[in-house]
Design a protein around this ligand. Structure first.
Ligand code: GLC
Length: 734
């Protein structure tokens, strides 16, 4: 995000005209309030859905008929700087009030959670990150930005770039996994996709980096829980994705709910001002997460809402999402001298700058012909094809014994599992604007691909098993495809789990299917890494298919039949048992590295290593790595390795480069991803793959927050995952 001199001047002119009330109005983000259509408060409805008193379908039916207050009078009074809504006609209507009826005619931002697509939904982030494909990351973001703008949304609450190492946390589904380097690559690409093409206001939105910061480090994997860590860990693990995204030009950020080292991120001047705005140079503004300012009272850092509001704005929190605390208290706070006009002007300047950069003063509305295009002709075919490509590339083949996959269309398939037929379950936890008619279930996809199949629900993430259906599924087939996993509601926000094994009676279902003696292909639909110790021991084939978005069914069918050779990798480690969490590959060695010896860092009742490590993913072919060479140059290490396709399918491999700083002034991880390259090889084909490791990326942050590079011994690892690698040692001088 960069403003021209002329745009900066217009911002200053506008700011100079604004009253104190109008300035505070820009700092207020409204969402449509649910005000009627049922006889309980909206918050109670949410609780009723959460505890099962209300089904998701009943809840959605109520939402569709509920009356909403869109705060038109406040907009007319210039007291709404931003709105949350995804209906293009309603957005135009509200924008018209802001532009034509308020005193200064300042257009509103319209923000929405478009995390992996709006109506065209792409794979959840943890899945897409596993493609290790920055071009794809950027492309899906760009298409999502264009679709957002066509719906009157000019501000996406995305990308979610929280590094997360604990899969008990439900929001691990929304982010790019456990590695800061892959996460930073993902973050940069998403900013380029969301914000870069500013030649046409229809083609970009303001991004919103979330959740700033270290939300993924919530203790015990429990959502909203406390986080505490050293300065070096904050800078080495949780800040890098945000630093990368701001370097790429990200416009805004969203403060996280959690307290960090005792100070909630909503009122944390060190993270908000010292790091994000002053050190990194965020050009736009920071918005609170929903009710975040109000929650500072519950955190115990503010006496009351007014105190919370003063702390927040003074710490660098520029816009209030959903509490009205700024709207209700900032005027008095300024008059009482608790908040200076300079602080207020800085916040409003940042907000106006984003609106100016977005071109909202010139183009505040969605053109009618664009609205009609989506209403009449449905989703753009190019977007759907990209959704299918992203889905196919996100699928990870975890295990494939005896070459059971790929299937042939001549085989008689029993498709099993309620998830297989439920098109509503393919889009993941954080997609709200999809339409069921656009979603392809695995059943639909297999049928469309010409499979000879019969479908038997048998059971799913909830409820009992149907023994008769299981019997028939086992009897009438050459091969059984069992789709098991999680409902979308079992991951995402407020969905932490202490037990991350397959929910319900799905393991029992798999046992019964295995007992038939028929080959069983297990396809997982889930939003988080699962504890698969039993499954890995007993199942011959496991395909990780995540929640892949609207094209899930077509993608899974193409992979199962071998029309597409799976190439996805894991962006997060999978444990054998839940108790291993947090589980991640880039961990320190400890003085007693885990092994089978008793007095080492291990468990008595579980493996100490991941079941499936970061970077793992098989193919229908096999790859061999040989002849690793590392050569030091003045500013980098040149690394090259021979990779050969030793199987009989053409396949794409993601060659991964890791480093280890063997001895340093702080203990360093046993491996750290520092590069990757995708290579497609025909059967028998061999290529030398070149990778470059910049010396500037071989350092680490110390506990003073300083980036240091220390001469010494490094190990360079290259392989197809973070565990099975070739290794070379080299002494490096910086
Ligand atoms: C939520 C989420 C955040 C989202 C916001 C607006 O609580 O934490 O990711 O953008 O509310 O929906």
């Amino acid at each position: 995000m960069k403003l021209s001199a002329e745009q900066k001047e217009r911002v200053e002119e506008l700011l100079a005209q604004m009253t104190l009330e109008e300035k505070i109005g820009q700092m207020n983000l409204e969402s449509p309030s649910i005000v009627g259509g049922f006889d309980v408060p909206f918050e109670e409805l949410i609780e009723m859905m959460t505890d099962g008193r209300l089904s998701k379908e009943e809840f959605q039916k109520i939402m569709s008929t509920a009356q909403r207050d869109y705060h038109e009078d406040d907009i007319r009074a210039g007291m709404v700087g931003a709105m949350m809504a995804d209906d293009p006609r309603k957005n135009n209507e509200l924008q018209k009030i802001a532009v034509e009826e308020s005193r200064l005619g300042i257009p509103m931002l319209t923000g929405f959670d478009v995390i992996h697509g709006l109506r065209t939904v792409y794979p959840i982030a943890i899945a897409e990150a596993g493609t290790f494909d920055p071009e794809l990351f950027e492309r899906t973001a760009h298409l999502a930005a264009r679709e957002s703008r066509a719906h009157g949304i000019n501000w996406n609450f995305a990308p979610m770039i929280d590094v997360a190492r604990d899969s008990r946390w439900g929001r691990v589904s929304e982010g790019p996994g456990e590695d800061p380097y892959l996460g930073s690559t993902f973050a940069r690409a998403k900013i380029r996709g969301l914000q870069s093409d500013t030649s046409d206001t229809a083609d970009y939105v303001a991004a919103c980096l979330k959740h700033y910061v270290a939300y993924g480090a919530c203790e015990s994997g429990r959502d909203y829980n406390t986080t505490s860590m050293s300065v070096s860990q904050l800078h080495n693990v949780y800040l890098p994705t945000f630093k990368a995204a701001v370097e790429e030009g990200a416009a805004t950020a969203m403060a996280a709910f959690n307290d960090l080292n005792g100070v909630p991120c909503t009122v944390n001047p060190y993270t908000l001002r010292t790091i994000l705005k002053d050190l990194y140079g965020l050009p736009g503004f920071v918005v609170s997460d929903a009710n975040g300012i109000k929650e500072c009272v519950a955190h115990g850092i503010a006496e009351d809402e007014k105190d919370a509001g003063c702390q927040a704005v003074n710490a660098g929190l520029d816009m209030d999402m959903g509490t009205h605390i700024y709207k209700d208290h900032l005027k008095q706070a300024v008059e009482d001298g608790r908040v200076s006009m300079d602080v207020l002007d800085d916040a409003v300047r940042r907000i106006l700058s984003v609106k100016m950069w977005l071109g909202l003063f010139e183009n505040p509305y969605v053109p009618e012909d664009v609205i009609r295009l989506y209403e009449q002709s449905g989703l753009p075919e190019a977007d759907v094809q990209t959704a299918r490509e992203a889905a196919e590339k996100s699928i990870v083949l975890l295990k494939n014994e005896n070459g059971i996959l790929p299937l042939s269309r001549g085989q008689k398939i029993s498709l099993v599992g309620t998830l297989a037929a439920d098109a509503k379950e393919v889009c993941g936890a954080w997609a709200m604007s999809w339409k069921e008619e656009d979603c392809v279930s695995i059943l639909d996809g297999l049928k469309k691909s010409g499979a000879d199949l019969a479908y038997y629900p048998c059971g799913g993430p909830e409820g009992e098993l149907n023994e008769e259906e299981i019997r028939r599924a086992c009897a009438d087939s050459d091969v059984i495809v069992a789709v098991v996993g999680e409902l979308c509601s079992m991951s995402g926000e407020a969905s932490s789990k202490a037990d991350i094994t397959l929910p319900g009676k799905q393991r029992e279902l798999l046992e019964k299917l295995l007992a038939s003696g028929k080959p069983v292909v297990t396809v997982l639909m889930n939003g988080r890494p699962l504890a698969l110790g039993w499954e890995a021991e007993h199942l011959p084939v496991i395909v990780e298919a995540w929640h892949l978005g609207i094209e899930m069914g077509n993608a899974v069918a193409n992979v199962l039949f071998g029309d597409v050779n799976p190439s996805g990798k894991l962006a997060s480690s999978f444990p054998s048992v839940s108790g291993q969490c947090p589980m991640y590959y880039n961990h320190p060695s400890t003085g007693r590295p885990g092994s089978n010896s008793k007095f080492t860092s291990r468990y008595l009742d579980a493996p100490h290593e991941a079941l499936y490590p970061f970077g793992h993913g098989l193919s229908y072919t096999t790859f061999a790595y040989e002849e690793l060479h590392v050569e030091e140059q003045s500013d980098c290490l040149h690394v090259n390795v021979s990779v050969k396709n030793t199987g009989d399918h053409t396949g794409t491999e993601t060659v991964q480069l890791y480093m280890q700083d063997v001895t340093a002034s702080l203990v360093r991880p046993v491996k750290e991803l520092r590069g990757f390259a995708k290579v497609e090889l025909q059967p028998g084909e061999e290529k030398r793959v070149e990778l470059t490791l910049k010396k500037a990326e071989m350092g680490f942050y110390d506990n003073q927050g300083q980036y240091v590079k220390e001469d010494g011994l490094f190990r360079i690892y290259v392989g197809g995952n973070s565990r099975d690698c070739l290794c070379e040692e080299i002494r490096v001088k910086f």
